[in-house]
Ligand binder design. Structure first.
Ligand code: HAM
Length: 417
């Protein structure tokens, strides 16, 4: 019996896993220097958290959740996204009673039972941040520019930022009234009607051509923004311009999750085909209250690490991945192998990247291995070298060798010069 990974999951093996690591860390670096702190949460939660938080009318909850009964008969779901869980933890642990905004970041796997295709997986990875407790356009601009900075720091160029505003409650209610009466004039099947009753905005997101065509003349939320909502959105735009973050306004954007209000955004990469969304986010005014907490606003984003890596590969950007050893030790006997381990351990304590040729591959095979690994220096340790505590260190770029004592301090000062 040969096992295979479950269908549609993304997996990262060496050497590509190092690129994945670089992407994840670079995406989060701008958040760390802006004071966001790590939050590490469970991968499964009470199903009801997502039904209430993400929304019962969304594809994510209706069709894509991995839901099961645990041994205690509770309904559990693998997390399809991160914001609902973060809000659950904030409320449960009373973080909202401390300093506001609460600024958090996370990275990890998320699960959606979608039809697998290039860039769309059933287990995928997001890097996300959330700022909870303050409703201020400056915070919206901070969040968006942090995401932008992450993409730029990777060297990505071929992406665009789309933004819109879903307004405040008053804006959305006025729009909803007109949208519902517009939708009532459309010939819809019962299932679609039922969906539209739960959230009429979902019809903007329908993939069927007839519905897409019909929705082109539907009323647009942007035209219903109240003066304060309009003002908030205009401030975000002028801040983004000042921060050199280019954007387009997309009044028809519909995010796949129901909690969004106010400023909402998506980053689209131009070389990724159908699954082009490399990140998205927005403000969520009602989420904390909906989940049983006080009424505080929040804003955040989730960036798709898998897709950002694909985007880097599509653009051919070089991710500087440092997995070549600085020093490769080649022991020629078992006594030399132990000595190599002592030396390597001492050097590694000082942060030097050292690898050892394990297994009896002989000198030729081991030199080949050092070359393949991209080692900068090689030291061969045979019985004579052990006896004399002296060996030759070879600079692999010039091919030159010189004598060196088998002392970690001496070796370190040579190769770190
Ligand atoms: P989302 O737009 O559903 O937002 O997901 C964010 C990103 O995750 C997407 O832009 C995409 O890059 C990636 N992604 C989503 N589904 C898949 C998949 N099946 N395969 C590969 N990548 C995928 C959220 O999840 C929100 N929680 C973001 C947020 C945080 N909003 C406010 N705070």
């Amino acid at each position: 019996m040969r096992f295979q990974a479950p269908k549609g999951v993304s997996e990262y093996l060496p050497p590509r896993s190092s690129s994945f690591e670089v992407v994840r860390d670079r995406l989060l670096a701008p958040a760390k220097v802006a004071g966001y702190q790590l939050i590490e949460l469970p991968i499964f939660e009470d199903t009801e958290l997502f039904t209430r938080g993400v929304g019962g009318s969304t594809d994510v909850v209706m069709k894509e959740m991995y839901t099961f009964e645990d041994r205690g008969g509770r309904s559990i779901s693998l997390r399809p996204e991160g914001t609902a869980g973060v809000m659950r933890a904030v409320i449960e642990h009373g973080l909202d009673r401390g300093q506001l905004p609460i600024k958090l970041f996370y990275a990890g796997p998320f699960f959606r039972a979608e039809r697998p295709q290039a860039g769309r997986y059933r287990q995928f990875y997001q890097a996300g941040i959330e700022a909870i407790g303050i409703d201020d356009p400056v915070l919206d601009a901070e969040i968006i520019s942090i995401a932008h900075q992450g993409f730029v720091s990777l060297g990505l160029k071929r992406f665009v930022l789309k933004i819109t505003s879903l307004g405040d409650t008053e804006s959305r209610e006025a729009h909803r009234r007109d949208l519902v009466s517009f939708i009532s004039t459309l010939p819809l099947d019962d299932e679609t009607k039922e969906r539209a009753e739960r959230n009429p905005l979902r019809l903007f997101d329908d993939k069927r051509e007839t519905i897409r065509a019909a929705m082109t003349s539907a009323p647009i939320l942007m035209d219903y923004l109240t003066p304060p909502s309009r003002e908030h959105f205009l401030t975000v735009q002028s801040l983004l311009k000042r921060l050199d973050v280019p954007f387009e306004i997309d009044p028809r954007m519909v995010r796949g999750l129901d909690y969004y209000t106010g400023t909402t955004f998506e980053f689209i990469h131009q070389d990724l085909g159908a699954q082009s969304g490399i990140g998205g986010g927005g403000r969520y005014d009602g989420l904390m209250k909906e989940l049983g907490g006080q009424s505080l606003s929040g804003i955040g984003f989730g960036l798709g690490i898998d897709r950002v890596l694909l985007a880097c590969e599509a653009e051919g950007v070089e991710l500087e991945v440092g997995h070549s050893p600085t020093l490769f030790l080649i022991p020629l006997s078992s006594a030399a192998e132990s000595e190599a381990l002592y030396l390597a351990t001492d050097l590694r304590k000082g942060g030097v990247h050292v690898d050892i040729a394990f297994g009896e591959r002989g000198l030729k095979g081991s030199m080949k291995a050092a070359d393949k690994r991209g080692a900068k220096y090689v030291i061969v340790i045979g019985d004579d070298e052990l006896l004399e505590r002296q060996a030759k260190i070879k600079d692999m770029s010039t091919g030159e060798s010189e004598s060196i004592r088998l002392l970690a301090s001496e070796i370190a000062s040579k190769i770190l010069r």
